[in-house]
Write a protein that binds this ligand. Structure first.
Ligand SMILES: N[C@@H](CCC(=O)N[C@@H](CS)C(=O)NCC(=O)O)C(=O)O
Length: 229
């Protein structure tokens, strides 16, 4: 049985991506949960990955780290699961978008970190963030127009490309960002996905977030604030 090593569900945007692929596509796996609040996080993570980061996929004693590599490993080992779209052009576009999400959108990511528990409407917006959001909206619209027939997701049926955008969808939701109707419909379809709902329910159960005026507090800062109060 595969094992996925992940961080706090409230905060770990990277962990969410392969977890969602596994969960939504019914690929059997178990979780190993590490907490960023744990002072030994690095030590524990290094037992599984040379980067000492999460996520890590364990296939018995074989480790695959970094979300893109994990998702490709799943696509190779579960060819009928629908990890990527079947159509070659849809698949190449899905991979382009996943790679773009993996490497870009820096302004949005730093101003609106993933924080499922929080509600931060209006916080974090800037010109750079708006530019990232405009690119997201146009990328989604283009992909849906070309490959979206047959379902509400970017290439119709749910696939890995949607998992790559899941964290940004949660960021936009936490920050209550207004979107054009078509983009909002895609966000709504993602939020209705049972696997993503399960992640969010479990993230809220972690009770990691401390309300504050700042857009984001790291789990470690939140833990320190809890101890102090
Ligand atoms: N490029 C890596 C990024 C992994 C990453 O940065 N993970 C974060 C958690 S979301 C982490 O483990 N941070 C802990 C640390 O840097 O100490 C991937 O795609 O998996």
């Amino acid at each position: 049985m595969l094992q996925l090593v992940i961080g706090n569900k409230n905060y770990s945007s990277w962990s969410l991506r392969p977890w969602l692929v596994l969960q939504a596509l019914d690929i059997p796996f178990t979780e190993i949960n590490l907490s960023f609040n744990d002072p030994d996080f690095k030590l524990k993570a290094r037992q599984y990955s040379p980067t000492a980061k999460v996520p890590v996929l364990l296939d018995h004693d074989f480790a695959v780290w970094d979300t893109l590599a994990i998702v490709e490993y799943l696509a190779e080992h579960f060819p009928d699961a629908g990890v990527w779209p079947a159509d070659p052009q849809a698949r190449a576009t899905a991979r382009s978008l996943a790679a773009e999400m993996h490497s870009s959108f820096g302004a949005l990511r730093s101003a609106m970190p993933m924080n499922v528990e929080a509600s931060l409407p209006g916080i974090g917006m800037s010109e750079g963030v708006q530019r990232d959001i405009d690119r997201l909206v146009s990328a989604w619209a283009d992909c849906r127009a070309r490959f979206g027939d047959g379902g509400p997701f970017l290439c119709g049926a749910f696939s890995a490309v949607d998992a790559f955008f899941a964290p940004v969808i949660l960021r936009l939701t936490t920050h209550a960002v207004a979107l054009p109707a078509e983009a909002q419909a895609y966000v709504d379809a993602m939020l209705a996905l049972p696997a993503l709902q399960e992640w969010c329910r479990e993230a809220r159960l972690e009770h990691d977030y401390v309300e504050c005026d700042e857009p984001y507090r790291s789990a470690a800062e939140a833990a320190a604030a809890r101890t102090a109060s």
